[in-house]
Design a protein around this ligand. Structure first.
Ligand code: FE2
Length: 303
């Protein structure tokens, strides 16, 4: 796939200072006011002032100028205007107005997380030693931005823009929700577009070392402010990742996740239409109502 990473996002919120404080607690490094870096991905989150919580922009890494030319031709075929420079291509998603930039850049290599030694029936890997997961392990930092989930009042149009226009791959679909899991890297998904009465940013997801890192970080956030808890710990039925969702002060959900499916061979991966398991969770607490229908989005829809 010529697209190789979800490099960064810009989000708009009405309460910038409170949201900045949340993402500092979340483990991102505020390198300048409103500009946040993950441990491996560099600056990946920009927080700006806006009347409503929303995704303003996202940037996707590509390999070379040929990738830009292919996307420019595909967007033109869809009738979408794009602005081209030697290193980037910029266009806006026609319905929500989200600004998307394809930017030429190197493929990132992450330093592998140290494997957590786990014992199981007939398999004793950690012997004569307590688990590292219970020995005063501090909440780790998010390693990188994983994905964003958008609500769109024209999800099919948004899907055409990202898939046919920009070259995102389709990994799985949930026809019952009209949702598609899309990727711009080997991650199972970097973007999900789901139908919504109004455009909004449902959540961002951040990769942690492992499930214990998800648990440590989320538990620390909830201990500091129990109202942050939304849903977790669980394991998604699509993408396979562990998840724990929190709520930022603007109402957008922020997910710690680990162990997402990786798609390296596009021929080997078979796109499924939700499959037999519950698509949202293979296991976990019941899905909160607000996760499916956030209160502020319902209020926006009512005008
Ligand atoms: Fe997610």
């Amino acid at each position: 796939m010529p697209l190789h990473c979800l490099r960064s996002i810009a989000i708009g919120v009405p309460n910038v200072d409170a949201v900045r404080a949340f993402y500092r607690d979340f483990g991102l490094d505020e390198v300048a006011p409103g500009r946040f870096a993950s441990a491996d991905g560099g600056e990946q989150l920009l927080i700006e002032s806006a009347p409503l919580r929303s995704l303003l922009a996202l940037c996707v890494g590509v390999d070379d100028a040929d990738d830009l030319a292919r996307a420019a031709a595909s967007l033109a075929h869809l009738g979408v205007e794009a602005e081209r420079s030697s290193r980037a291509l910029r266009a806006s998603e026609p319905i929500s107005g989200v600004r998307v930039e394809l930017a030429i850049g190197p493929r990132a290599a992450q330093k592998p997380a140290p494997p957590l030694e786990t014992n199981g029936p007939g398999r004793s890997v950690r012997v004569d030693a307590r688990s590292r997961a219970v020995q005063g392990r501090a909440a780790g930092r998010p390693r990188r931005l994983g994905h964003v989930v958008l609500g769109s009042n024209d999800a099919p149009a948004a899907r055409r823009f990202f898939v046919e226009g920009l070259g995102f791959g389709v990994s799985d679909e949930v026809p019952a929700f009209g949702a598609a899991f899309l990727r711009c890297s080997s991650d199972h998904h970097n973007l999900l577009v789901q139908p919504s009465p109004v455009p909004f940013l449902h959540h961002t997801a951040w990769e942690m070392d492992d499930v214990d890192a998800v648990g440590h970080a989320a538990a620390a956030m909830v201990a500091a402010d129990p109202s942050r808890h939304v849903w977790g710990l669980g394991r998604h039925g699509i993408g396979s990742n562990y998840f724990w969702y929190l709520r930022d002060p603007a109402g957008t959900f922020a997910e710690y996740m680990s162990d997402l499916d990786v798609i390296a061979d596009e021929e080997a991966w078979k796109v499924a239409a939700s499959g037999g398991a519950h698509p949202l969770a293979a296991w976990g607490p019941p899905v909160p109502r607000e996760f499916l229908a956030p209160d502020d989005v319902a209020a926006l829809a009512r005008g």
